[in-house]
Ligand binder design. Structure first.
Ligand code: MN
Ligand code: MN
Length: 467
């Protein structure tokens, strides 16, 4: 082998160049990543909605000895508690060795994903086909949703107050549902529509039946047949849709992608790909010095409003309750607290490389991406993490051998987006975004890399454990 030149040696010293995971992780660790991702795939398949994710997180926590948080109880270091907020958000907390006056360590990820919600009065029949009207949830590219097999998940509260859980379309043998699209032979008018209107909101109607009730012709017999089947299976009547939350989500399970099986394709990676590692990090962090708080929130995809979103006070109140246990005002806890806002960022896609600025883009397999600021234009609407806090996170990751990179969400004037970071930062805590790079974000089938998912777990755990 030829000797390294002086320039090469100096380059190694001075240049910054993030590497592919395969040049950093040993075989053992890559195997651990694959095993971790097998469990993640299981979680994804069981958790298609925020309600299901919240319920599954609570049951995983209870299996590990977590108790429901009681603000009037006494807790000691190492105690593990959870709080379920209106069935859709969860807080997991491990009491630390230090007083909460020194702050808590927060991981914040979201468990809601873009989808098609049924309208309150959804069922109709037109030309002897039965359909559901929908109102899409979150930032979807509407044209991506037709011709995708859909499952139906959610709850219906019946007139008598009984809650029925609906989950149909995922099990082998289940029927699925679908939004139809126009054939290419007849799409000339549609082809002239701009991308956002190729499929319009009111065209996202889900096909749910076509066979009439009985064999004598009667008006709306196809709708009647669907309602009758729903009544037989769930005991519901049409009026019960008024007090229901039913969500149509892609019906196919998460799968390995690639000859090398290095990637995972699934609906809902954003943001369960950060929520699941956050939950596992909270479970596995050994008796932390600082009280750890993992918040798995709802409503991020619609702007974090509402009583299960992070613009509400539920996290602030939980932290105040923690403080009250020790007689410390909540504001004193928050101002000393630090948070990783665990959310995905756009992975660099060579097919659409023009939207990225390559030096500041996140790449699949180069580890979790630290996003100093999100927002759009001139950094509008963002938490911009300060250099001192970024340094702290950098040293935690580096000393735990966490592979990480930095990334912006695309070129400066290309668009933009946000996360829950700013809502937690607005409370006064130190916050920075860290998450997994994703391809085809918000599509019905998103792509992540297994090594990045594992690095999320490793990084989040190191953050919670750091002294
Ligand atoms: Mn997200
Ligand atoms: Mn999103």
């Amino acid at each position: 082998m030829s000797e390294k030149s002086q320039a090469d040696i100096l380059k190694e010293q001075l240049f910054y160049e993030p590497k592919h995971a395969s040049y950093v992780m040993d075989e053992d660790e890559i195997n651990r990543a694959d095993v971790f991702c097998r469990d993640y795939i299981g979680f994804l398949n069981a958790s298609r909605t925020e309600r299901e994710a919240a319920a599954n997180i609570v049951s995983l926590a209870r299996e590990r000895g977590y108790k429901e948080f009681d603000p009037k109880a006494k807790y000691k270091s190492g105690d593990k508690v959870y709080s379920l907020i209106h069935e859709k958000s969860v807080i997991l907390c491990t009491i630390g060795k230090k007083s909460v006056a020194e702050g808590v360590r927060i991981l914040a990820a979201h468990i809601d994903s873009p989808r098609l919600d049924l309208k309150p009065n959804p069922l109709y029949e037109e030309d002897e086909l039965a359909l559901f009207k929908t109102h899409y949830y979150g930032g979807i590219k509407k044209y991506q949703w037709p011709t995708v097999p859909l499952a139906l998940h959610g709850v219906v509260i019946k007139k008598n107050g009984k809650k029925v859980t609906v989950r149909i379309g995922d099990e082998p043998g289940d029927p699925v549902f679908v939004v139809t699209d126009l054939l290419p032979h007849l799409d000339r008018q549609q082809a002239d529509r701009p991308m956002t209107k190729v499929i319009k909101g009111e065209e996202l109607n889900i096909l749910v039946g076509s066979r009439p009730f009985g064999n004598e012709k009667s008006d709306k017999a196809v709708k009647l047949n669907v309602l009758n089947l729903l009544h037989e299976k769930y005991g519901i009547i049409e009026e019960d849709f008024l007090s229901a939350e039913l969500e149509a989500v892609p019906a196919y399970p998460a799968v390995d992608i690639g000859f090398d099986r290095s990637l995972i394709g699934s609906y809902g990676h954003d943001d369960r790909v950060c929520a699941y590692p956050s939950v596992m990090a909270a479970f596995d962090a050994a008796e932390p010095e600082y009280t750890s708080v993992a918040v798995l929130t709802d409503k991020e995809e619609t702007g974090s409003d509402g009583n299960t979103g992070l613009q509400s006070a539920y996290l602030k109140h939980f932290i105040a309750d923690l403080g009250a246990l020790e007689g410390v005002p909540g504001r004193d806890v928050i101002r000393n607290s630090s948070c990783l806002s665990a959310d995905v960022n756009a992975g660099y896609d060579p097919t659409f490389g023009h939207v990225h600025e390559k030096m500041n883009a996140a790449y699949l397999n180069k580890g979790i991406v630290l996003t100093k600021y999100t927002g759009s234009g001139g950094k509008g609407g963002t938490n911009d993490a300060n250099a001192e806090f970024v340094f702290k996170v950098r040293s935690v990751f580096d000393s735990a051998c966490v592979q990480w990179q930095v990334g912006e969400l695309g070129k400066v004037d290309e668009g933009g987006g946000g996360t829950v970071a700013k809502y937690i930062a607005n409370l006064g805590a130190q916050v920075v975004d860290v998450g997994v790079p994703v391809l085809s974000m918000h599509a019905p089938f998103e792509v992540v890399s297994k090594t990045d998912v594992y690095m999320a777990y490793k990084g989040f755990k190191a953050f919670l454990e750091a002294k």
